[in-house]
Design a protein around this ligand. Structure first.
Ligand SMILES: Cc1cc2nc3c(=O)[nH]c(=O)nc-3n(C[C@H](O)[C@H](O)[C@H](O)COP(=O)(O)OP(=O)(O)OC[C@H]3O[C@@H](n4cnc5c(N)ncnc54)[C@H](O)[C@@H]3O)c2cc1C
Ligand code: SF4
Length: 327
């Protein structure tokens, strides 16, 4: 048992003040915090409860886009009629994440802050070496079981995947993370491990995610999220793709396309090369499959995870063909 203080923040300003204490952690739905505390990875000295802050659970969709309050529950956003109509990939990504019980508790802000599922990271009693948990200690995954580890964005310090589903859809549609007045494009919010894998998100001590906004677009309106995993529910992605498509009036020429990948990289991964190869092209299976292979440029297999290099382009292609009405 470790002692910690508990304080219920009265306002966002109060939460920021309390979160600046050394060893402070925010408590939203608690589904990640409790999980990590139980396995000995999270060791907060101060828990700052933000669950009752007013106005942070809003879900609004206008002509400009969506505004998701940081305390909006995953299940509420997934089920929101306007989100389902304007951002189907966002709704589908949330529906396919975790379990119904977790989605009813977990929040949008907490979801973006979840940590990797690397088994070595989550077992400090058995594995001392983990640069993400203890900078400079090494990486137990290298030479270990790497079936779920990343093939893109890795560094010599860390090869762990980012496990989130929602974040993949947000990266595809250029969402913005609101940290009060400071706004960060979601692609910049998630950091590559480099030499500092302990830092996963571009958030400073004392900052609080207040909302996420997603600009409206034709591609977001015609979108999907495809998640391939070892079992059909309650499982993280082996590979996933968020795809959005906008076609010219002929119904075949690609005007705009968005592609982002999950389960294969150290951060939610925008596949710009695939998008570039397909813009202006005719939507047909062979072209789509050939372009999808470009997502794996620079991929490096790490022991047991070579299958991801084969799987991910197929997931992308299937998602594009599905949203294009060809699968
Ligand atoms: C068994 C299991 C299976 C899961 N499967 C999936 C899955 O398939 N896909 C998926 O995407 N996720 C999955 N998850 C992760 C789940 O979605 C997250 O646990 C959840 O979204 C976290 O939200 P929360 O509100 O409970 O966060 P909390 O546990 O309250 O907080 C998580 C972290 O975020 C910080 N935080 C919370 N809110 C804020 C804020 N507003 N600003 C700044 N920091 C904040 C906290 O300090 C803490 O560090 C799974 C989790 C479990 C336990
Ligand atoms: S892959 Fe990253 S999270 Fe996993 S043990 Fe290595 S350093 Fe730690």
């Amino acid at each position: 048992m470790r002692d910690f203080t508990y304080a219920r923040a009265a306002s966002v300003e109060d939460a920021r003040r309390l979160a600046q204490q050394s060893g402070a952690m925010l408590l939203a739905g608690g589904t990640t915090l409790l999980d990590l505390a139980k396995c000995g990875v999270a060791r907060p000295d101060h828990v700052v409860d933000i669950t009752h802050l007013k106005g942070l659970d809003a879900i609004e969709v206008t002509r400009e886009g969506a505004h998701l309050g940081a305390l909006a529950k995953m299940s509420h956003v997934a089920d929101d009629k306007a989100i389902r109509a304007e951002f189907p990939a966002v709704s589908e990504a949330l529906w396919q994440a975790a379990s119904a019980q977790l989605r009813n508790m977990a929040t949008i802000g907490g979801n973006l802050m979840q940590r990797t599922r690397c088994a070595y990271f989550r077992d400090p009693n058995s594995f001392a070496a983990c640069n993400k948990r203890q900078p400079g200690s090494g990486c137990a995954a290298r030479g270990g079981i790497t079936r779920n580890h990343a093939v893109l964005g890795t560094s010599s310090s860390c090869i762990a995947t980012n496990p989130g589903d929602l974040a993949v859809a947000l990266v595809a549609f250029d969402a913005i993370v609101h940290l009060g007045d400071r706004k960060v494009p979601v692609d910049d919010f998630f950091l590559l491990p480099g030499a500092t894998p302990d830092r996963e998100q571009a958030i400073e001590p004392g900052e609080v995610i207040t909302a996420v906004s997603i600009p409206a677009s034709a591609a977001a309106r015609r979108s999907t999220y495809l998640k391939v995993r070892d079992r059909q529910s309650y499982e993280f992605a082996a590979a996933s793709a968020a795809v959005g498509l906008d076609l010219e009036a002929d119904g075949r020429t690609i005007r705009d396309i968005r592609v982002a990948l999950g389960g294969v990289a150290t951060k939610p991964w925008r596949a710009h090369a695939v998008e570039k190869a397909l813009k202006g092209k005719t939507l047909e299976p062979e072209t789509v499959m050939r372009a999808s292979l470009l997502a794996m440029e620079g991929a490096i297999a790490q022991g047991d995870n070579h299958y991801k290099i084969d799987l991910a382009p197929r997931v992308i292609a299937r998602a594009i063909l599905k949203v294009g009405g060809l699968a």
